[in-house]
Design a protein around this ligand. Structure first.
Ligand code: AMP
Ligand code: ZN
Ligand code: FE
Ligand code: FE
Length: 279
């Protein structure tokens, strides 16, 4: 039996509504699904409503962009109820930070000769966490580029000509807020952290000491060898080997809920071990 602990819906930058994401996960036969939209829990009630009559458990979560020791990390926070709480109460400020940045990116794009407006961007978004993927979609609609990922190559990606920073939590702050909200934190797609293998291990150890629960070993874009290696690192460091597809619907073509690019399996034990780490 398998789970998927990293899935986006149209509450952020996925293209499937939260209830459709749940229906797809249940049809695939998953026992549990974590909805981990960027900086918002607004998809959770609809996802829960869809999961209730089905033999699938919905784990509420979010994905946060954080800083640590000069590098950017994505952090998944699980078991985060959509009610007031220490981390929950910070999400709105993070979404406002997105808006500030989106406006600046659109200004940059206008200077570069791409005539899109914030209204064009907001029309691409169905939820309350708007970001670069929606700006990319507006560029596609304007006929400036072919697809989302093309926009990240030279324009919107880190170091791109229209790239603008945004406010982030520190990793340690994010872990502390997650724990204070009775959640558990795991590092998403650790190989996208821009550092060397030795520093990466140091980061895992330091963040474990700060209360990190897991690292995402079973990830769509990891080879089977990397998944095994990261699961061994997790075990060495007393961290849970977690996993998920990072499904975004049409936002990431070729990537399915549960199976990723076809070969992903996230064991039920990942979720059970995470559950044991709840404060
Ligand atoms: P933002 O949340 O505005 O910082 O945008 C980051 C999001 O853009 C990531 O979480 C991905 O969902 C998406 N993204 C990043 N790089 C790419 C890419 N090369 N192609 C498509 N989507 C991407
Ligand atoms: Zn995303
Ligand atoms: Fe991510
Ligand atoms: Fe993600």
């Amino acid at each position: 039996m398998a789970v998927d602990l990293h899935v986006h819906s149209s509450a952020s930058d996925g293209t499937d509504a939260p209830d459709l994401v749940v229906a797809k996960a249940a049809a695939f036969g998953l026992t549990a699904l974590a909805l981990t939209d960027h900086d918002t829990l607004s998809g959770v009630p609809a996802a829960r409503g869809a999961a209730d009559p089905l033999p699938i458990e919905l784990i509420p979560g979010v994905e946060l962009s954080v800083d640590h020791a000069g590098v950017k990390i994505h952090m998944l926070a699980y078991f985060l109820e959509p009610i007031p709480g220490p981390l929950q109460d910070r999400l709105e400020a993070l979404r406002i930070g997105r808006t500030v940045r989106n406006v600046r990116i659109v200004e940059r794009l206008n200077e570069l000769g791409y005539p899109i407006t914030m209204d064009d961007v907001l029309r691409q978004a169905a939820g309350d966490a708007v970001g670069r993927p929606h700006i990319a979609d507006a560029l596609v609609e304007a006929g400036a580029i072919e697809n989302r990922s093309q926009a990240f190559v030279n324009l919107l990606g880190d170091g791109g000509t229209a790239y603008v920073e945004r406010d982030r939590l520190t990793a340690i702050n994010a872990i502390e807020l997650t724990k204070a909200s009775e959640g558990v934190a795991s590092i998403a797609h650790p190989l996208t952290i821009n550092t060397d293998a030795v520093t990466l291990r140091t980061i895992f150890g330091d963040l474990r000491d700060a209360g990190l629960a897991g690292i995402e070993a079973y990830y769509s874009e990891h080879s089977p060898a990397i998944r095994t290696q990261l699961a061994a690192v997790a075990s060495d460091l007393d961290l849970v080997a977690t996993g998920g597809s990072d499904y975004h619907g049409l936002g990431r073509p070729g990537l399915q809920i549960g199976s990723g690019r076809g070969d992903l399996v996230v064991p039920d034990s990942s979720l059970e071990e995470l559950r044991e780490r709840r404060p």
